[in-house]
Design a protein around this ligand. Structure first.
Ligand code: SF4
Ligand code: SF4
Length: 348
């Protein structure tokens, strides 16, 4: 940007690098597992009208993205079919509170520098919006635009460090922060194994044909998640999620293809097991038999855990990104990829 005043020319840099560093350092100091900056321009291109950064915050220039790692144990116990209770809280309901903490403190921090910022709750659910169940902006898209992750075939944002095992939050702001230079390709994080599709109990992930998204100069292809099918499982409305699991109350509700709001209300408040309505966290009432199998069974998440454990063993300490990147002997432990998934990623 260039300004003229009394015959003098002033040039204002497009990005504020000092503030960018301060914001990212603050996010890490507050406990974010990872932090990055997405360009609002890139997200405006990738997201639908009404759900773009500029729709929720006029003048938005950047989206600060933070992530919190889901403890591997909370997902490994799900893979063994023992219980999904730890995931419900430490992978979802409580993690949302931690994301709220980050959103609140980072918003105040950035506003103190004179920029408008919109804290969005970690749960990011705008019930009653044009697309019920959709958040104000997609945190997954924001994570990809911030260079922290890329879309796996499940549609989840997978990161090189944690695979599927994190929750993201995006914070739109008018601050001119420098965005990520590189957007990761899906092939950098997803191996096309389609374990996510195979383990979805509702068959909610439809891959043929895939959803196609163009954003940041890239074309992404991933599963179309059918909300009405996923909601039944993700809201704890069926014991099909974890049949036989020890801590899984019986909550069978018939799957209605496209439920009306009245049917949703009836399912949630009249047909569910009463035990699910009285838990401590309101979100955990939904989460009492929460699903998350596409996340738990994602090979990228499991492989990321193995890599970190191996790196930690080799170095005798905490496995940081540099060790993982430099040490070619740390091979990901992932199953043989299925051909169709690899075709979609251009790997076949
Ligand atoms: S949360 Fe469960 S039902 Fe929904 S897409 Fe993932 S595996 Fe399928
Ligand atoms: S389960 Fe496999 S195909 Fe699905 S997102 Fe994870 S790595 Fe990709």
């Amino acid at each position: 940007m260039v300004y003229f005043a009394k015959g003098m020319v002033f040039s204002v840099p497009k990005y504020n690098d000092v503030l960018t560093k301060k914001v990212l350092a603050k996010a890490k100091a507050l406990g974010a597992s990872e932090a990055g900056i997405a360009s609002a321009e890139v997200l405006n291109e990738g997201l639908e009208e009404d759900f773009r950064p500029e729709d929720v915050l006029p003048g938005c220039r950047s989206v600060v993205v933070v992530s919190l790692h889901i403890p591997d144990g909370a997902l490994e116990i799900m893979r063994r079919g023992v219980s999904n209770y730890s995931y419900n809280l430490f992978g979802y309901a409580y993690l949302n509170r931690e994301l709220d903490f980050l959103a609140y403190r980072l918003s105040n921090f950035i506003e103190d520098f004179g920029y408008a910022t919109l804290p969005i709750p970690g749960r990011n659910c705008s019930i009653g919006a044009r697309k019920p169940g959709y958040g104000m902006i997609s945190f997954r898209h924001a994570a990809v635009a911030a260079g922290l992750a890329s879309f796996g075939l499940s549609g989840l944002a997978l990161s090189p460090r944690y695979g599927s095992r994190q929750r993201f939050l995006g914070l739109p702001t008018t601050a001119p922060l420098r965005p990520a230079e590189k957007i990761l390709t899906p092939a950098e994080v997803c191996d096309g194994c389609l374990e996510c599709v195979a383990h979805c109990p509702a068959k909610a992930l439809e891959i043929k044909p895939p959803h196609v998204l163009k954003m940041g100069g890239q074309t992404f292809r991933f599963a179309r998640a059918i909300p009405s099918k996923c909601r039944i499982m993700a809201s704890g409305l069926s014991t099909k999620v974890w049949p036989g699991a020890k801590f899984n109350p019986k909550v069978d509700v018939p799957i209605i293809k496209e439920p009306t709001p009245a049917e949703v209300y009836r399912q949630l408040w009249e047909e569910r097991d009463a035990r699910l309505r009285v838990l401590e966290h309101s979100e955990a009432t939904f989460g009492a038999t929460n699903c998350g199998r596409c996340m738990a069974f994602c090979s990228a998440g499991h492989a990321a855990m193995k890599r970190r454990l191996l790196a930690s063993e080799k170095t005798g300490g905490y496995a940081d990104d540099n060790v993982l990147a430099r040490d070619g002997t740390l091979k990901p432990l992932i199953p043989t990829p299925k051909t169709y998934g690899r075709e979609l990623l251009g790997l076949a």
